[in-house]
Design a protein around this ligand. Sequence first.
Ligand code: SF4
Length: 378
Amino acid sequence: MAGIYIHIPFCRKRCHYCDFFKSTDFSQKSRVLAGIRKELESRAAELNSEEITTIYLGGGTPSALLIDELKDLLTTIQQNYRVSATAEITMEANPDDLSQAILSAIREIGFNRLSMGVQSFAESDLKLMNRRHGVMQALQSVKWAKRAGFSNISIDLIYGLPNQTLEEWERNVRIAVELDVQHISAYNLTYHEGTVFYDRLKKGILKELPDELSLQQFELLIRLLKEAGFEHYEISNFCRPGLYSQHNSSYWKSKKYLGAGPSAHSFDLHSRRWNVSSIGKYLQGLEKDEPYYEVEVLTEQDRYNDYIITGLRTIWGISEELIKTEFSANYLLHFQDKMKKYVQSGHVLGTPEKLTLSSEGLFISDQIMADFMVVESC
Ligand code: SF4
């Protein structure tokens, strides 16, 4: 079982908070798509024996592509990989790119899951974030998507925005629930270096929301979505029972995935690989058969730390039993020491087969993960 991720590195406009790799210059679009197809063909042997159970088009903005371009990418995957008949095939989409006809076409060419960048249901927030769409476009897009036959729709929201009150955030969550989608991802705003928000923060134009208020927003999110019947299966992710993002879950469960396109990452259980975050260097590498990626072979310490960070984020948790069998004794001792501390404090719950963060633990998850991690070789 493995997944394929494709990074479409183009956006029509830069959102002020976003640090994903992207370009607003579409002049190289055809070459990049040809490059991605070539990469997919040339790397097929890496997943030769694997059944592909998830495909995910992210970015950037996949919905900025034409239907034929999207179709060509899926066809390349189908022709070169063993794709399961029941594969989850997700596409990220921005509401401003969508219409009823476009969504019907996206569904028809094979996508069965849609992840929509909604971010907020307040026009002022959308303006502040430099989003291209308006609230009505987001609401309408979800309706169109349902009418087009999508029965697995996810929306992204952001909380912790400058000046965002608890009441404003509550309104966002309630509208999201009313939309009756199957999946909601909600992220606390991060001020990434290199973004407009980061510059404005440094210049004092924007003020970070107090931690206490962000935490209240997170608590409210969890409470309202649980009341509405959503499962909180990962720190930032909620779904209708059982409707997890299978693709993202495979990252958290340390499954193999192959990432194609500029800046895309891959993981084969033993090493991580990442493509260069440059359209020019990516194209040059593919066209002249020069390296366009770097590889890092994982040490035992890397594998242990990855296991802790990804496992503790989810309801599937971490297992002392697995640490016993997969890692050397020093890692087990380190783990048991931390586990004892957090089980006693009530931040970690469960049995040795499955340990997860309690609701108190969720709110200080970064701190707990950092403590569980090994920074010097055991
Ligand atoms: S948030 Fe999405 S649409 Fe906005 S710049 Fe980032 S990748 Fe592009």
